[in-house]
Design a binder for this molecule. Sequence first.
Ligand SMILES: [Fe+2]
Ligand SMILES: [Fe+2]
Length: 272
Amino acid sequence: MEFGSWLDDLPKHFAADGDIVGSHVLMALSSVFPDGEDFFVRSVEAMRHRIDDPKLREDVEGFIGQESMHGREHRVLNERLADLGYPTRAIGTYVRKTLRFRERLQSRKFNLAVTAALEHYTATLAETLLGNPEARDEIGHDGVRYLLMWHALEESEHKAVAFDVYRAVGGSERMRKAAMWVVHANFIFETGIWTLISLARDPDARRHPFRVLRGFGRLLHSPFTSRRTVAQLFQYHQRNFHPNDRDTTQLIAEWRANLFGADGRLTDLLAS
Ligand SMILES: [Fe+2]
Ligand SMILES: [Fe+2]
C-alpha cells in the first residue's frame, strides 16, 4: 500500500468541515501509531518462541507484517502533517523513548498484556470507523480516510492475535485487566496532552477560539467518544473476555470487498 500521492493536497485542517480540534486529535493518533506498532511487534516477537500452535504462529507472522506496513504508511502521513506545522516528530520521539523506557522496566508478559489492551483500543476504533458512516465522514480528507479505513480493516482482522499469544504464554486475567487500566490512563492523558499542545501552537486555533470550542463540542458528540464505543472498550474488563466475542467477520468481509474487490476503491493501489 502506498498512500503518499493521496496526501499531496492535504490541507492543514483536514477533518470534516475544516474542524480544527478533530484534525489535531487525528494527528495525535496518527503520530502515536508508528512507534506504538513497533512496540507491539517487539512484544509479540519476544514471546514468539513460546508458541506451539502452528495456526497461532502463522497469525503472528501476519500480525507482524500488517503492523509494520501500518507504521510505514502512517510515517508518510506524519511527515506530511509535520510539513503542515503539526508536532508529529516530537510526538513520535516521545512515544519511542517512553515505550523503550517502560519496556525495560516491565516484564515481557506485561508488555504483551499492554499490547493486547491497545489492540482492543484499535479494534474498537476500527469497528466504529467501519461500522458507522458518520464516523467515516468525520475524517474529512479522502486520503486520510482511506488510509485509516485500510488500517481499521487490518486491525479488525488481527484483533485477537496479541491476545491469543498472551493467553498462550500463560498470561493471567488479573494482569490483563491491570494492563488495560494502565492503557486507559496513558491513552487518555497522552493523546489529550498532545492535542492541547498542538492546538496551542496552531495560529489558526488562537485566532478562532469559537471554532475550537465548537470542535470540542463536536468531539463530545462524535461516534468515537459515544457511550456505545466507551462501553465496548470496557467490555475488556469482563471476566474471560475474548476479542472474538464481538463477531466482526461480516463487517470485515464487506470492507475487504469494498476496498479490495474487483471494483474496490483501493484495489489499484494494492496492484501498483
Ligand atoms: Fe496497526
Ligand atoms: Fe494491530
